[in-house]
Design a binder for this molecule. Structure first.
Ligand code: ATP
Length: 398
């Protein structure tokens, strides 16, 4: 059965069909154990009253081998129809055509928020002294900025044409080495900023989080990043003035470089982060490293207007460890937890999150994490999944 979006709400049936892309490389190892854990937790939480019906759709190598197409139209149509989906890691196709499957999926469904929650799990080794102070949710703009891919390589007629235009018509004089410069364009719009900041503020209010911080480099890029800051504040004042006056939320801003420093020194000052595409890329990786790295960092790409959301493992296909039963399934599992929370199945989500933390506390983890834990005992992918299921089995539903 399909999820529907009505006004601002998702209408979720008790039996939800979730399309999934298994993924390349370690995707084949982590997706099956992930689905088992989700099914198990849903069964335990709702005793058969709710369930997920999984529907495999093709993308990546598996799609190319069977259909000759890296991203079949049918896959996009199914995601569009069913609103949500789960995605394993995908190889970037070599030799023309699609630049990146992930980007193609985001663009087709206009998934304008890249959502990355970052929290520390007890038991996981961290380079910070007090990792328990890290608890943030990053809203990274997903459709604009330098990622729009508008660039021209040095030495081409196109670069020369742009240079001539800049010099002759726009009277630009600051290009230091004209002949050998490549050029890139950074579009940042009012609409793009507003929908991202609105989503971040609504999330903070719904989850009773104290502040939304706009992270930007507006001191240097005054109209693009500076615009992001200004339009963000203006939107907050216009649409959320009541909540701001009542003290339900604080909206503030910080320059991106200072933010990266502050996240290491005073992470407790931040809860929801709203930022542009490129800043969001750097920030997501630094924050993930502060609490355990890419093996456990979950993520989703969401369009809060239409309701479309794809939850995904944030790491790549890890070709170096394929077939060794050593891949960490936690990133994909925690992304599925985000999916359960998104559809309001909070009890099942809670069971899984608590079970994963319980496993880590006892040093039970895959090799990538266990090797840094004082009492760490490296488990295979399957054994880690079994451990998590056993903990779920013995946990109360809350
Ligand atoms: P791709 O080309 O698909 O991006 P990659 O290997 O270049 O693959 P990642 O897959 O992100 O990039 O991997 C970077 C490193 O982290 C590799 O050494 C990989 O084995 C390791 N790694 C990534 N994901 C996991 C995981 N889920 N469990 C364990 N190790 C992982």
């Amino acid at each position: 059965m399909k999820i529907k979006k009505q006004e601002k709400k998702l209408i979720v049936p008790d039996c939800v069909t979730v399309p999934f892309i298994e993924g390349d490389g370690i995707g084949q190892e982590i997706m099956p154990v992930c689905r088992n854990i989700i099914n198990y937790a849903v069964e335990k939480a709702y005793q058969g009253k709710r369930r997920i019906e999984w529907k495999e759709v093709l993308a990546g190598e598996k799609a190319f081998k069977t259909t000759g197409n890296w991203l079949p139209d049918e896959t996009l149509a199914i995601f569009r129809e069913y609103l949500i989906g789960l995605k394993g890691p995908l190889t970037t196709p070599v030799g023309g055509g699609i630049r990146s499957l992930n980007v193609a999926l985001r663009q087709t469904l206009d998934l304008y928020v890249c959502l990355r929650p970052v929290r520390w799990f007890r038991g996981v080794a961290s380079p910070l002294k007090e990792p328990q102070k890290v608890n943030m949710v990053i809203f990274r703009e997903n459709t604009e900025d330098i990622y729009a891919g508008i660039e021209w390589q040095q030495g081409t007629p196109e670069a020369q044409k742009l240079l001539n235009f800049l010099k002759n018509e726009m009277k630009v004089t600051q290009i230091r080495f004209e002949k050998t410069s490549s050029f890139g364009i950074k579009p940042v719009s009012v609409e793009g900023t507003e929908r991202l900041v609105r989503a971040a503020i609504e999330y903070a209010l719904e989850n009773h989080l104290p502040n939304v911080t706009l992270v930007h480099k507006g001191n240097i890029m005054k109209f693009t990043e500076g615009g992001f800051k200004r339009w963000g504040y203006e939107l907050a004042e216009r649409e959320f003035s009541k909540e701001l006056k009542e003290g339900k939320l604080i909206v503030n801003d910080v320059i991106a470089d200072a933010f990266l420093q502050n996240t290491l020194l005073t992470p407790e000052n931040y809860s929801v982060i709203a930022t542009l595409n490129l800043n969001g890329d750097y920030i997501s990786d630094q924050l993930a490293a502060m609490v355990g790295g890419i093996g456990i960092a979950p993520g989703a790409n969401i369009n809060y207007k239409t309701g479309h959301a794809i939850f995904e493992a944030t790491h790549g296909t890890a070709p170096d460890i394929v077939g060794r039963n050593s891949a960490n399934p936690s990133s994909l599992i925690l992304s599925s937890v985000m999916m359960l929370e998104y559809i309001g199945w909070k009890e099942a989500a809670g069971l899984i999150t608590n079970a994963i933390e319980e496993a880590f506390i006892h040093g039970k983890a895959t090799y990538d994490l266990a090797r840094f834990m004082p009492e760490g005992k490296a488990l295979g992918t399957m054994q880690f999944a079994e451990t998590v299921m056993t903990i779920i089995e013995n946990s109360p539903v809350s």
